[in-house]
Write a protein that binds this ligand. Structure first.
Ligand code: LFR
Length: 491
């Protein structure tokens, strides 16, 4: 029996999925699910990394007890964040959350030292103020003692792997999101790193996805009573794993990985670092099997998750399905916002921020949770339309529909509105995209899939893919034109 274990850590929860290959189909079973609650300490937002490691151990224990115990394991997580290892091999400080937000000035300062076009020509990565490079620059400026004590920098999955194996490696898909990795050199860009006076020697060797990343330490094997298990690198950036899971049968397709973030784009073989891609701030993140993701980040369901949290704190706890139902009943196309407005990046009172933006753009102010949820979901669907059009422009491709993967597909209204907004079908599934992609990479590494094509064929045969046909196309086209005006989107 061929089984593998995937740990997929998202911004609000993590999960361990056991995948079993049987007769050309992939069977998936969730063994463990746990919250991932960031913690505010002294005004800073941290990931609770030791708790996450504890949960990984719980997942390993559950897998060990399983009838078909896995022989390999891999970890993926969100990108850009990291921890430092000191000279004694210990973790220095708890890693910061990228929404801790080291302020946009850090990116501006770095761009004063190296031009945007130079950084882009070296990395191909979109400019987001929380990219590792700007976080590191901020640490150099404000906490130089921390950087001085750092022997190695490990991204979140690297760090968890290190706790398990004692070996320090980085991985291509996640390393690319630092905006310090040069895909043309196939390595960290030392010239860029030295131009902004960051340390040169703290970046570990970069493995590709699907490489052997070491054995679990004897002490961990003993503690958990494990039989040996090989640790592989997945596409350790969750979006990279999600892309592997897209059950597309042709090789030029558009996808939307829909969760806390919405990542929309297409898979390409070589980074496209063109002036147009730079102007539209498209990224070329590294992927599995040497692929790249030409895509853009859209703020995503984060705005709704935070709104829900704020309402709950005020004593009104709604489930997501309740919010979606209220949105469906609210009046259509009253107010739209640009979900990517800076106002929405940091945690906080999203309903008030939406109301503030509505006022600033002279639109009716949504009041009720139904009105606010409707505003968020319509605005997201319309932003997907804009970004899909841009993806076609930058890639020179034409897409006849959009694949949606990730937990966001449980929101059927959003799937339908996305189909309406793009005027093309949406194919939704799988929901556990990142974990399934993580498993697929392990099976590729083990030679049980010949490559991505076969992985996608098997996934297509194994998961439900729901098709949404576009409706009310004319109405949504008009709404799209109004969105571009009202949300202040000129291009
Ligand atoms: C999605 C994701 C995005 C990345 C953001 C921050 O989970 O990994 O791809 O831009 O989180 O790391």
């Amino acid at each position: 029996m061929s089984t593998a274990l995937a740990f997929d850590l998202g911004a609000s929860s993590g999960r361990a999925l056991l995948g079993r290959l049987d007769d050309g189909r992939l069977f998936v079973e969730e063994l463990h699910r746990f919250p991932n609650d960031p913690v505010h300490v002294s005004g800073r937002l941290h990931w609770d990394i030791l708790r996450l490691y504890h949960e990984i151990k719980q997942g390993l224990l559950a897998a060990k007890e399983h009838l078909s115990a896995p022989s390999s394991v891999a970890i993926d997580s969100w990108a850009v964040d990291f921890g430092f290892i000191g000279t004694d091999g210990e973790l220095l400080r708890n890693p910061y959350h990228y929404r801790n937000f080291h302020s946009p000035e850090m990116m501006e300062e770095v761009l004063g030292m190296v031009s945007k076009s130079e950084i882009y020509s070296k990395t191909g990565i979109q400019f987001l103020p929380f990219n590792t490079i700007y976080q590191l620059y901020s640490i150099r400026k404000h906490q130089p003692e921390l950087l001085a004590g750092a022997k190695k920098l490990l991204m979140i999955p690297d760090l968890l792997r290190y706790f398990l194996t004692g070996e320090m490696y980085s991985e291509f898909s996640n390393a690319s999101t630092t905006q310090m990795y040069n895909p043309l050199l196939g390595n960290w860009d030392q010239e860029l790193i030295s131009k902004i006076q960051l340390p040169l020697n703290i970046y570990p060797p970069v493995l590709q996805s699907g490489e052997n990343a070491g054995n679990i330490r004897a002490s961990v094997i003993q503690e958990l009573g494990l039989n040996g298990m090989t640790l592989y690198t997945a596409a350790e950036h969750d979006t990279g794993s999600a892309a592997v899971s897209v059950p597309a049968l042709q090789n030029q397709f558009a996808y939307l990985s829909c969760g806390t973030w919405s990542l929309i784009g297409t898979e390409i073989d070589h980074p496209m670092m063109t002036p147009e891609a730079l102007e539209l701030n498209f990224t070329n993140e590294g992927g599995a099997c040497g692929t790249y993701r030409l895509l853009k980040n859209i703020m995503g369901l984060w705005i709704l998750q935070e709104s829900r949290r704020v309402w709950a704190n005020k004593g009104a706890l709604y489930s997501f399905p309740e919010l979606v139902k209220m949105a469906e009943e609210a009046e259509p196309f009253v107010t739209v916002i640009d979900p990517d407005h800076d106002l929405f990046l940091t945690p906080g009172d999203m309903p008030s921020r939406i109301q503030e933006l509505a006022k600033r753009t002279a639109q009716p102010v949504p009041i009720t949770p139904g009105e606010i949820t409707r505003c968020i979901l319509e605005s997201l669907a319309l932003k997907y339309r804009l970004t899909l059009d841009e993806t076609e422009r930058v890639s020179g491709r034409v897409f006849d529909g959009l694949h949606m993967v990730g937990g966001g597909i449980y929101n059927e209204l959003l799937c339908q509105w996305t189909a309406n907004a793009i005027g093309r079908p949406v194919w939704a599934g799988p929901a556990e995209g990142s974990a399934i992609g993580n498993l697929a990479v392990q099976f590729i590494a083990r030679g049980e899939f010949s490559g991505m094509m076969e992985a996608r064929r098997v996934i297509r045969n194994s998961v439900e893919v729901k098709e949404y046909e576009p409706q009310q196309i004319q109405r949504w086209e008009e709404a799209y034109q109004a969105f571009r005006q009202n949300a202040g989107i000129s291009k």
